[in-house]
Write a protein that binds this ligand. Structure first.
Ligand code: BTN
Length: 245
């Protein structure tokens, strides 16, 4: 991952850029990384945008071709990428770093980074997967509509070299991706689960306009969030539940 590497000064979204070249032009090597200094239409989960001050943060996308992955194990790709990003940042930032289900990177109660994976499916096979990653690195001030954001610089009080961090993230993603390729799903599930934000803590959630207290117990193999709510286990997908932080 990252052997084939392109930096763009400005692009709409590195995910769009990579998706276009993968679908339109000659074959792109697996592991290709497209990084942008600035995105004018960065995209996040659930139709949100992705904000990053030009030149300050990491915004990049990488290409994976997980045709080997059975459909039932598709959520494990998300685990591998999330865990790779987490493993790269954890030595730098310590135990306050967590993975917020399904794939946000949190430091304490604030968001340090996000991941947007987009799949290109042919027949029933996952042909290409474009993993877009945004990490707040050297940005010190965030706009008022993002009170929840935090950066490496706000935590460590110094600038961090973007290229060094990028190469750490690429090698950790590669290591996790190789585990995925080797079918080591249980290892991935274990490592992902034990680093989850709010794991085994009683916290408030909101679903169907109702607030309730519950405890995150695990993430099901298929990616559903499993909560213990009083005496019962309840599961949710991304659109069904909100964390009340
Ligand atoms: C999220 O937390 O909602 C996911 C954010 C993903 C942002 C990254 S930045 C690089 C890549 N290009 C995009 O347009 N989005 C992803």
């Amino acid at each position: 991952v990252g052997q084939n590497f392109v930096t763009l000064k400005e692009v709409d979204s590195t995910n769009n850029f990579l998706k276009n070249i993968v679908s339109n032009s000659k074959p792109v090597p697996e592991g290709t990384v497209i990084m942008a200094e600035s995105q004018y239409a960065g995209r996040g989960q659930q139709h949100n945008g992705w904000h990053a001050e030009p030149g300050k943060n990491l915004t990049f996308s990488l290409l994976l071709n997980p045709a080997f992955l059975p459909v039932v194990n598709q959520y494990d790709l998300n685990r591998a990428v999330s865990l790779g990003v987490f493993n790269a940042l954890q030595p730098l930032l310590g135990p306050a770093l967590k993975i917020k289900w399904p794939n946000d990177i949190y430091y304490g109660d604030k968001k340090l980074g996000g991941i947007l994976i987009e799949n290109i499916i042919q027949g029933s096979q996952l042909k290409h997967s474009i993993a877009g990653i945004g990490i707040n690195v050297n940005q010190f001030h965030f706009p008022g509509h993002l009170p929840n954001a935090v950066s490496v610089k706000q935590i460590l009080h110094r600038d961090y070299d973007l290229k060094v961090l990028l190469s750490e993230i690429c090698s950790h993603i590669e290591a996790c991706y190789l585990k995925l390729k080797a079918g080591q799903y249980l290892w991935l599930r274990d490592e992902y689960t034990k680093n989850l934000y709010w794991l085994n803590e009683t916290r408030n959630f909101k679903s169907n306009n109702t607030v309730f207290a519950a405890v995150i117990k695990e993430v099901k193999p298929n990616g559903l969030l499993a909560l213990q709510k009083q005496q019962e286990e309840v599961t949710f997908n991304l659109k069904e539940i909100e964390f009340l932080i």
